[in-house]
Design a protein around this ligand. Structure first.
Ligand code: G4P
Length: 529
């Protein structure tokens, strides 16, 4: 296979959901259908026994949750599929956002009983920013569910995109009979005993064939289905793949990941409808994935995966060309040429050294301590530099102080290194020393991760005091005299470690107050770096 074919058969996507909607279960079932795992239950889950794949951190093991994102690769019907797994816990971090930067499309899992939930909203917002394809899997149809039309309406209204149901559920909960495929006009009947790997038989069925339908799903469900399909065919958007690719129309699938139902039809349609690796933006234009020169950007740094070695692993998304293990590459930011040592790829249940990888793939390399999030690594001839990854605004803040002044050095080193990985953002009160720092995170679990890592890796015990702030704004106007700004008493002035001035607020109301009372003040909710 030539290298362009290799690239074009890649499908790299992330699965997003609010906790408990079924992301882990769906991921696992996709791996099961892809033949990458033999038994469901081996990916990860809340039960402590189950985290064969991503048990990198001790804390992760102890808590029985997945903190770090991992990448899973498997083959399915000639396609090479990369699933970027995002942290599933309520307390997610910037990692989750950054993972979306490495994906070419996104699968949004929604609990049919709950509809859109807060985390779905946040993740959707970041995805929509990139105008990449979004697929929707409405899960848990084997339980009582909300009305399907209402769910579609909610997606359209809240997210401002069109929906196109590829299939349509026949009942839900105890009355769940299966799904109707709108394209093939076939019915897949549901059995909650179906938890195996074998293919479900689709039954071709004309909606006008009353007798056959009645025998398959019963008269009541048949009448309901016929009415609903009529309504749907008349009212829904037309299918338009171009719109799907621009993220303006989301194909919707109904199913039940727990019972495997609807997983295979989803996978089959998804790989056909989604895109191969996308063209990527660089500071000087764009780069085609099939360009002959290798280029990649760093989207994740994970430290101390092996405590004994204090190693840091850097994850890169390959954007163009082919990666070869022993070749020398160029790190744009440092201007250094380097050989990437022990490049790894995470297969379903193991990590392995890779000799070659292609645009669309993710590789992890040991970091000699030079990489930062957003950096570019490429063949010297490629001469590209990717646009950086935006720093997302933290929503939780705390003061962290070390308890032992003899450990000051380790404390500073620890917080700075962890901040460099992008796991936390650090700030300080203007003119203050390094005895204490203000830490900002996207998800509160990161505080625990920070405390744990400072203790375990840097031998520093800290005291943490949570702060009531929720919003951060960088001051955009250089000539602003921050000291003389008219601010509410619960607004705080801080600096980042590059000396930029910021304000942290307890409410949006206070942000508006600041803008109204201080003419000429300009605020940004992300850092330009
Ligand atoms: P997440 O990664 O999005 O957080 O969700 P996860 O897959 O862990 O699923 C959350 C819970 O919902 C799990 O139950 C899981 O078994 C259940 N679930 C997932 N898909 C379906 C579905 O299609 N139908 C039904 N009825 N349940 C589903 P749990 O009891 O919280 O955990 P566990 O003990 O099963 O691991």
């Amino acid at each position: 296979m030539d290298f362009k074919e290799e690239i074009n058969r890649r499908r790299t996507f992330a699965i997003i959901s609010h906790p408990d909607a079924g992301k882990t279960t769906l991921t696992e079932k996709l791996l099961l259908y892809g033949g990458a795992i033999q038994k469901a239950g081996s990916v990860k889950g809340k039960a402590t026994a189950r985290h064969a794949v991503s048990d990198w951190m001790d804390l992760e093991k102890q808590r029985g949750i997945s903190i770090t994102s991992s990448v899973l690769q498997f083959e399915y019907e000639g396609f090479c599929i990369n699933i970027l797994d995002t942290p599933g816990h309520q307390d997610f971090s910037e990692d989750t956002y950054r993972t979306l930067m490495a994906a070419d499309s996104v699968v949004m899992v929604i609990d049919a009983a709950k509809g859109i939930e807060p985390q779905t909203r946040k993740l959707f917002k970041v995805t929509a920013m990139r105008h990449i394809p979004i697929f929707t899997f409405i899960n848990k149809l084997d339980r009582e569910a909300r009305d399907s039309f209402e769910l579609l309406d909610e997606i359209e209204k809240e997210f401002g995109i069109g929906t196109y149901p590829i299939n349509w559920p026949i009942g839900c909960g105890v009355d769940f009979k299966g799904v109707f495929d709108r394209n093939t006009r076939e019915i897949l009947t549901f059995s909650d005993h179906h938890r195996g790997q074998d293919k479900l038989e689709a039954i071709k069925c004309d909606l006008g064939d009353t007798e056959k339908l009645d025998s398959l799903i019963g008269e009541y469900s048949r009448r309901d289905l016929v009415d609903q399909i009529e309504l749907l065919d008349g009212a829904s958007f037309d299918f338009d793949l171009e719109k799907v690719h621009r993220g303006e129309l989301t194909p919707v699938f109904f199913g039940s990941a727990l019972t495997n139902f609807g997983v295979e039809p989803f996978l089959e349609n998804f790989i056909k409808m989604t895109t191969p690796p996308l063209v990527r933006k660089t500071k000087s234009g764009t780069i085609e994935p099939t360009s002959e020169h290798f280029s990649a950007f760093v989207f994740k740094i994970q430290a101390n995966m092996n405590k004994a070695h204090r190693d840091r692993m850097t994850f890169m998304r390959i954007c163009s060309g082919k990666f070869e293990r022993d070749k020398e590459y160029y790190h744009i930011q440092s201007g250094k040429t380097l050989r990437l040592s022990q490049p790894q790829q995470l297969m379903a249940d193991s990590r392995q050294i890779v000799d070659t990888a292609y645009a669309g793939d993710i590789i992890g390399v040991f970091d000699p301590g030079i990489f930062s999030i957003g950096d570019t690594v490429c063949e010297k001839k490629a001469q590209v530099e990717f646009e950086g990854i935006p720093t997302f605004a933290p929503e939780h803040f705390a003061i962290i102080e070390h308890t032992d002044s003899l450990k000051r050095k380790q404390f500073v080193k620890g917080v700075e290194q962890i901040a460099q990985e992008g796991a936390i953002q650090i700030f300080r009160e203007p003119n203050s020393g390094m005895e204490r720092v203000i830490v900002g995170v996207v998800g509160v679990l990161q505080f625990e991760v920070l405390e744990y890592r400072l203790k375990n890796e840097y031998n520093v015990t800290v005291i943490r005091r949570d702060l009531p702030y929720q919003f951060i704004r960088w001051i955009d106007s250089e000539d602003t005299d921050v000291k003389s700004l008219n601010l509410t008493s619960d607004t705080k002035w801080v600096e980042d470690f590059k000396g930029n001035n910021l304000l942290i607020f307890t409410s949006e109301w206070n942000i508006n107050w600041a803008l109204e009372k201080n003419e000429g003040l300009r605020l940004r909710d992300f850092s330009n770096n």
